[in-house]
Design a protein around this ligand. Sequence first.
Ligand code: CMP
Length: 505
Amino acid sequence: MNTLPELLLHILQAIGLGLGVALILWLLRRYAPIRRVQVSALVGALVLGAYLIVRGSNLPGETTVLNILLASAVMLGANTLIQLFDAFLWDYLLGRRRHIAVPRLLVDIFNFVALTTVALAVLNGIFHVNLNALLVTSTVASAVIGLSLQDILGNVLAGVALQLEHPFTVGDWVQINTHTGRVTQMNWRTLILRTRDHHHIILPNANVAKHEIINYSRPTSLQRLHARLGVAYPHPPGLVKQVLTRAVSEVAGVSAAPAPEVTVMAYGDFAIEYDIRYWITDYDQVEQIEDAVLTRLWYSLRRAGLTIPFPTHNIAVRTLAENHEARAHERLQQEVFAELRQLTLFAPLSDAQIGQVASGASLQRFAVGEALVRQGEVGDSLFVIKSGRVRVDKRGEDGQTITVATLGPDEFFGEMSLLTGEPRSAWVIAIEETETIEVDKPDLAAVIASDTPLLEALSTALDERVRNSIEKMLLGTGPLAEKRAPIPRGAFLYRIQQFFGVKSG
Ligand code: CMP
């Protein structure tokens, strides 16, 4: 039996311990990890206090009570230390300092193993339980449980492996086995992919770990795509490559760097096969970009007079093609003539003059977003819009682009380079599917030289457009070349007359 002073001493020790722990917790209350362990630490201190008081009291059943109190205090203390360790190692050292996000699943497993180890030590050290016997029993139990939960455990372990290896994360575009989709969720047992068709595919982690994984979002979102195309044999590969590269590089969503490239893949049965390689950074848009590329290729090839052949017999093709082409050319001439005849710009011209202009003219079709004319490029043809609409964009010296006009059917552009011989002064971009008639300079030059009203109409348009561009650009910001000097009305006429060798009247 304790003496009274001894009991008092134990009570004082217990109170001191409780107050000491409470004081430490209060002093460190501003630190988040301490707040997390407050309850566990305080209860642990109280249990330890109770242990001190009961110890030596010689109460009936004292040993059992003491063992229970000590075991509880040790478990609570261990829990407090593990929590503090978690906060220090995972959150602070790895998370904040090294920016490594350790998956919660791993932390939970670590805590579980640590606490189980402490619990086993307590059972053995305090309650003198024979761990060997316990292990045998638990081994049998785990074997039974393990067998029945084989699949689930397999998935959980695969989940842990995936979390550790980190081959992808939520939001990534991946291909696993035959499934392609965006990772929307990863949990203990499964991985959820959302496909382009908005199907949710739930894949067990074990399956995912078994297959090869293609990640389209990591380590970089830059991905290369291919478009394969056959172009007819008569067209020189150098020219074809030029046309294809240019067409693809102007499609929205195709990266400028690395630039697209075109290679000859094979000389096939009926076509030269090309591989068009281009880069994208937004895998989300892959289908739209592929569609835009293939669409754009058709238009560009068509305009450049390059044909995509289909399998046929040689002899039949040649005979047909020659007749067909001759007739098609004739039809085109008639069509162009009829179109030009209706234009206000060419109204003063005689049929013979229009026929002359139409002789080398060509009909062309552009897709939305395509450039018909590029600022700074050399060019001397005039475009008349048959159908559709275009936007005229001017880029200033500061790189800023301003839309100075939109033009539609019966209107024309390209007169500036044609009349002055200078590089194209603006970008002209189709804002609708647009058909144009492109008239070559030599065909027009002869008519212009002999037809003053036409020359005047063109130079007046040029004059007004230059003036209009300057006004529009001045409304924008930044230093622009055109801000330099005002241009007097009719300033171009003389220059143009000189250029075309026409005497001023
Ligand atoms: P060109 O310089 O040959 O090529 C670009 C064309 O855009 C240009 O000829 C004009 O036809 C046209 N253009 C330039 N500025 C304007 C404007 N302000 N209004 C209408 N068309 C313009």
